[in-house]
Design a binder for this molecule. Structure first.
Ligand SMILES: Nc1ncnc2c1ncn2[C@@H]1O[C@H](COP(=O)(O)OP(=O)(O)OP(=O)(O)O)[C@@H](O)[C@H]1O
Length: 367
């Protein structure tokens, strides 16, 4: 195997053919924004030593609260911003040393506002990004891509004659038509109403799977991240706090932030001893036998709390009740602490009622 040289631009990795290079590799990316009025070094970086890999065909989501650096990370990948340090490798090519302009990175972009050209038809919009191809090939490619996104019959329509979901599929077709190595999607569903958002998300996911392109989705919507992704990177203050499959990150959050940002969580302090934590809710078994004895914080999902009905468990009071159709979310008072409980049973407990609750699954110790 040839030794890879990260310092030389445009070097293609010569790993064995069976192991294709990652679609994307970020290593040690750091980005500050320095306002004129504040001296450099005074502000924390917006992207802070961020490293990750995206496999060919993988759908990765950057999930985090507003301002945590998700869009800046996408802009660094696309070449719309330059990092202070660190490297961006796309499909085995170094994009940062020397910096490659956005049009030479092989990256497609889809934004929340679609950014379609209003004076061009659907076909015209898709053709727009293909001006480097011979004319005859452009038309074939544009029509193939419109067929991939299921919009063949709409090719002559103007953007304003389409629904929001259809416009987003045109934007997707325009980004996919040049056959990018990587697609970057920045909050692409956030302008759609709840129902359209759900169906468009499923369609886009299926289209990406069919096209085989690797993609990074940026969102602050945890439900979207769980439904869309092969892996989720939970970001906070420029850092990746945890990365893994949706199931891994949901079931095994490492920190209180991840436990609360990806789904809801009850965080209880207690003392671990021999694989059990003593808390105000009683003794909670732990999902990890290796937790050392001592003070800990344990995360219990609302669906892992239940009413006991037989006098066992800890006493709590119902503070609020939210009916959601398939389930009811209760807010319970346990001493000074508020807990969330998801119940799918038939019996409704009234606000102010005293209830008894227990934990039905092993808890998770978080930092
Ligand atoms: N060009 C810029 N100049 C100065 N500060 C910037 C610039 N772009 C972004 N920032 C700041 O960097 C931080 C991260 O912004 P970024 O847009 O990456 O966050 P985000 O996680 O995508 O947030 P949102 O979900 O609200 O879009 C924010 O505090 C933002 O104000």
């Amino acid at each position: 195997m040839t030794v890879m040289n990260k310092q030389q631009p445009g070097i293609v990795r010569t790993d064995p053919p069976s192991s294709a290079p990652p679609a994307l590799e970020l290593s040690g990316l750091i980005k500050h924004f320095h306002p004129q009025s504040r001296p450099a070094g005074n502000l924390p970086p917006v992207v802070d030593d961020l490293s990750l890999q995206v496999a060919p065909g993988e759908l990765l989501t950057l999930l985090g609260p507003s301002g945590c650096g998700k869009t800046t990370t996408l802009r660094l990948i696309a070449g719309l911003e330059e990092p202070d340090s660190g490297e961006v490798w796309i499909d085995g090519r170094n994009m940062t040393n020397p910096p490659q302009p956005p049009e030479r990175r092989g990256v497609g972009l889809v934004f929340q506002d679609y950014a379609l050209f209003p004076h061009l038809s659907v076909l015209g919009n898709v053709l727009f990004g293909l001006n480097r191809l011979p004319r005859a090939e452009r038309l074939t490619r544009a029509r193939e891509t419109l067929s991939l996104v299921g919009l063949t019959v709409f090719e002559s329509r103007m953007p304003h004659q389409l629904s929001g979901g259809q416009q987003q599929r045109v934007a997707l077709a325009r980004a996919l038509a040049p056959r990018p190595r990587l697609l970057l999607l920045d909050e692409p569903f956030s302008n759609l109403d709840a129902q359209l958002r759900h169906s468009t998300r499923q369609e886009v996911r299926a289209i990406l799977r069919r096209s085989g392109v690797a993609a990074i989705l940026v969102t602050h919507d945890q439900e979207e991240a769980l439904a869309f992704s092969d892996r989720i990177a939970v970001m906070r203050a420029g850092l990746i706090e945890q990365i893994g499959t949706p199931q891994e990150v949901y079931a095994h959050p490492r920190t209180a932030f991840v436990a609360s940002f990806l789904g809801r969580s009850n965080l209880l302090s207690g003392t671990a001893q021999g694989g059990v934590v003593r808390t105000a809710l009683g003794d909670i078994a732990l999902d990890d036998a290796g937790v050392p004895d001592g003070p800990v914080m344990v995360s219990v999902r609302p669906e892992h709390l239940a009413f006991t009905g037989d006098g066992s468990g800890a006493e709590a009071v119902v503070l609020a009740r939210e009916f959601k159709g398939h389930t009811v979310t209760y807010t319970l008072g346990l001493g000074q602490q508020e807990l969330q409980l998801h119940d799918s049973g038939q019996a409704l407990h009234a606000e102010g009622q005293r209830v008894r609750v227990c934990v039905t699954r092993a808890g998770r110790v978080v930092r």
